[in-house]
Design a protein around this ligand. Structure first.
Ligand code: SF4
Ligand code: SF4
Length: 106
C-alpha cells in the first residue's frame, strides 16, 4: 500500500489544485481528501478489474465507491462531483494509470 501512497503523492498531489507549489496538500484538518478517504476501495476498483477503458472504470467507481459515499444522494447525484470538488473524481483516470504503472513495475 505504501508504494501506492508514494506514487499518488508524486503523481496526483503534485498536480492537485489543493496542493501548494511543492505538492504539499493544503486542505485543512476539517476537510477530507476523497482519494485518501476511499483509498482501499479505490485501489480495489482499479486492481480487481482488467478493463483498459477509462469510461468503464469510472462506471465501476460510481458503483463501488460513490454509491457508498456520504456525499452522493439517493438519486446518485454528488454536488462535490458536479463542482469538480472531489479529488478522486477529478483525477481518477490518472490515478488508475498511476496505480497500474506501479503494479507493472513490481
Ligand atoms: S486533496 Fe488529496 S490529492 Fe489533492 S493534494 Fe491533498 S491529499 Fe493530494
Ligand atoms: S464523486 Fe462524490 S460520491 Fe464520488 S467519491 Fe467523490 S465525493 Fe464521493
Amino acid at each position: 500500500m505504501n508504494k501506492y501512497i508514494q506514487a499518488i503523492r508524486e503523481n496526483i498531489c503534485s498536480i492537485c489544485v489543493d496542493s501548494d507549489e511543492n505538492g504539499v496538500c493544503t486542505l485543512s484538518n476539517k476537510e477530507i481528501c476523497a482519494v485518501e478517504h476511499h483509498f482501499p476501495k479505490m485501489i480495489d476498483v482499479i486492481n480487481n478489474n482488467e478493463t483498459e477503458s477509462t469510461d468503464e472504470l469510472i462506471v465501476l467507481l460510481r458503483e463501488q465507491v460513490c454509491a457508498e459515499c456520504n456525499s452522493q444522494n439517493t438519486e446518485g447525484n454528488c454536488n462535490l462531483r458536479d463542482d469538480a470538488n472531489c479529488s478522486l473524481d477529478r483525477y481518477f483516470p490518472i490515478i488508475a494509470e498511476t496505480i497500474r504503472k506501479v503494479d507493472s513495475e513490481a
